[in-house]
Design a protein around this ligand. Structure first.
Ligand code: ADP
Length: 455
C-alpha cells in the first residue's frame, strides 16, 4: 500500500485531524461517511490554522508589507490586494495537496487499524531517511524514506491536487485549483477589481466577520530571531535513531529554545504541541486529570483550557521536568503535580474529575510494526482495565494511543450502547497517533439532512 509523504516544515508542520464516530461495530461502510469526514477535516483545518498559516507566510515573503501598506497609494493598495489573493490561491492549493495525501494515508491507516491483531502493517518510520548532515532548520528539501519513496516537500508541484475533487467536495470556484497553483508569480500583478475575481475562497477560509481579501497586517507578530541555538543533547547527537526528534523539537514545544527539559524517553513519548493543543480544546473543562503526565506536553495545554489540572506521574524526575516546562509556558500555578502510581491514585482518591486524559506508556518507539494490541502491550495494564480505573474519576475520557492501535479494540472500550470517537492526527501527511474519546466529550453526530422529497 503506497503512503504519501509530504513535508512542509519540521518546526511548523500542517496539522490535519480526521475523526469518526463508532458504535459497537468499528466500520465505515458508506462513501458518504468518508466524504463527511474529509469535508469536516478540511473546514476544521482552515478554521484552526489555515488563515494563520497564510498570514505567517505572507509576512515572511513581504517583510516590509506592514510599513508599506500604511503609506500606499490606492493603486498600490489594489496591487497588494491582488498579490494577496494570488498568495491565498497558491498556498491554498499547496495545503489542499498535502491534505489530500494525508487523507489517502488516513484511508490506508484506518484500514490497517481495522485489521486483525498481529497482522503486519506497512507503517513507515517518520524521518527514517533523515540525512543528518543537512542544515538543521532546512525543511524544504526533497527526501526519500527507507523504502526509496520520495517525500514531496510543500514546494513541489502540487499537480496531483485533484481540482475536480476539490470542487465537488467544497463547491469552490476554479481559481482555487491547480492551474493557479502552477502559475509563476508575476513581477507585479494586473489590477483586478473584486467583482472581476472569481475567487471567493476567502469567504470560505476567513472568519465571517473579517474583511475579505485583506491581510491582517497587525495580527501576526514577527517572530523574534532565535537568540542562541540550543545545543543538541549528547544522547541525541550520538544516536541517529534519536536525532530525528531533535529536528522536530519546535513541533514538540514551540518554546523549546526557552529551556524546555526532556529526558531521553520523553523525546519520543511527548505529544507534539499542536496535537496536545487540539486535545486540550476537545477536553476543555473545570478539572482534568492527566494520568501519565510525563514531561508535561499535555498538562501545559490543559492548563490553558481547563481551570485546574491534576498531573500524575510515577516518576519524580519527569514531574520536575513537567513543572519546569510548565513554568516556561507560564502555567505552572494551574497544575497540581502528584507523584503517584495512577492506578493507586485512582483507587484511593476521593477526587471527582470532569475529564480524565490517559497517555499510557506504549513501550517506546518500536510499537508500529504490527497492529498494536492495546490490551496486551500498553503499560501498566491493558486498556480495558485502565479505563476501569479512569472511570472511577470520570466517565469522560480521552486516551492517546499508538497510531497502529487496533481500532476494534479501541471501539470495544465504549460502554454498552455508547459511541466512541476516534481522531487520527496527521502532522503534514504522517499519522502521529490516535486519540479516542468516550462519554460526553465526543462530538455528537450531525443528523443527515433529509431531502425534501423524502419528507
Ligand atoms: P511511551 O512508552 O509512550 O514513550 P513513557 O514510557 O514515556 O511513554 O510513559 C509515559 C509516562 O507515564 C512516563 O512519564 C512514566 O513515568 C509514566 N508512568 C508509567 N507508569 C505509570 C503509572 N503507573 N502511573 C503514573 N505514571 C506512570
Amino acid at each position: 500500500m503506497n503512503a504519501h509523504y509530504v513535508s512542509t516544515s519540521r518546526s511548523n508542520p500542517l496539522f490535519y485531524i480526521f475523526s469518526q464516530l463508532y458504535d459497537q461495530t468499528a466500520s465505515i461502510n458508506s462513501e458518504q461517511q468518508w466524504e463527511q469526514c474529509k469535508e469536516a477535516a478540511w473546514l476544521e483545518f482552515w478554521q484552526r490554522e489555515g488563515h494563520e498559516q497564510l498570514e505567517q507566510k505572507w509576512h515572511k515573503l513581504h517583510p516590509d508589507y506592514t510599513q508599506e501598506i500604511d503609506v500606499a497609494t490606492s493603486e498600490q493598495q489594489e496591487n497588494w490586494e491582488t498579490l494577496w489573493q494570488e498568495h491565498v490561491s497558491q498556498l491554498s492549493a499547496h495545503f489542499w495537496h498535502i491534505f489530500t495525501c494525508a487523507f489517502q494515508n488516513y484511508e490506508n491507516d484506518l484500514t490497517n487499524g481495522l485489521r486483525k491483531l498481529d497482522e503486519v502493517v506497512d507503517v513507515n518510520e517518520d524521518f527514517a531517511d533523515l540525512n543528518i548532515t543537512q542544515e538543521i532548520d532546512s525543511a524544504e528539501s526533497s527526501e526519500s524514506n527507507d523504502d526509496g519513496e520520495s517525500y514531496l516537500t510543500a514546494n513541489d508541484d502540487p499537480d496531483v491536487c485533484d481540482e475536480e475533487q476539490q470542487l465537488r467536495l467544497l463547491g469552490l470556484p476554479t481559481s482555487f485549483g491547480t492551474q493557479l497553483a502552477q502559475k509563476k508569480r508575476k513581477a507585479r500583478p494586473q489590477l483586478v477589481s473584486e467583482s472581476d475575481s472569481d475567487c471567493d475562497l476567502n469567504q470560505f477560509i476567513m472568519p465571517k466577520d473579517e474583511v475579505l481579501h485583506t491581510v491582517q497586517s497587525g495580527s501576526i507578530k514577527k517572530k523574534k530571531k532565535r537568540q542562541k541555538k540550543t545545543k543538541i543533547p549528547e544522547s541525541l547527537r550520538n544516536n541517529n535513531a534519536m536525532l530525528k526528534y531533535w529536528f522536530k523539537r519546535f513541533s514538540l514545544f514551540s518554546l523549546f529554545d526557552r529551556g524546555i527539559r526532556l529526558d531521553d524517553e520523553s523525546w519520543f513519548s511527548v505529544t507534539p504541541e499542536k496535537i496536545a493543543k487540539q486535545i486540550a480544546l476537545r477536553l476543555s473543562c473545570d478539572i482534568v486529570v492527566d494520568a501519565f503526565c510525563g514531561c508535561g506536553g499535555n498538562a501545559i495545554q490543559f492548563a490553558k483550557t481547563c481551570r485546574r489540572v491534576i498531573a500524575v506521574d510515577i516518576d519524580a524526575n519527569k514531574l520536575a521536568m513537567a513543572k519546569h516546562n510548565a513554568a516556561i509556558y507560564g502555567v505552572a500555578d494551574k497544575i497540581e503535580f502528584i507523584h503517584a502510581d495512577f492506578l493507586q491514585f485512582a483507587s484511593s482518591t476521593r477526587l471527582r474529575a470532569d475529564v480524565v486524559f490517559l497517555s499510557p506508556p506504549w513501550g517506546g518507539p518500536n510499537y508500529q510494526k504490527s497492529v498494536f494490541n492495546i490490551e496486551e502491550h500498553l503499560l501498566p495494564v491493558g486498556a480495558t482495565q485502565l479505563m476501569q480505573y479512569a472511570r472511577r474519576l470520570s466517565n469522560n475520557i480521552g486516551i492517546y494511543l499508538p497510531r497502529s492501535s487496533s481500532i476494534n479494540q479501541v471501539v470495544a472500550l465504549s460502554k454498552v450502547g455508547q459511541q466512541c470517537e476516534v481522531e487520527h492526527s496527521y502532522l503534514d501527511t504522517r499519522l502521529v497517533a490516535i486519540t479516542a474519546y468516550f462519554g460526553d466529550v465526543i462530538k455528537t453526530q450531525q443528523q443527515p439532512q433529509q431531502d425534501d422529497e423524502d419528507q
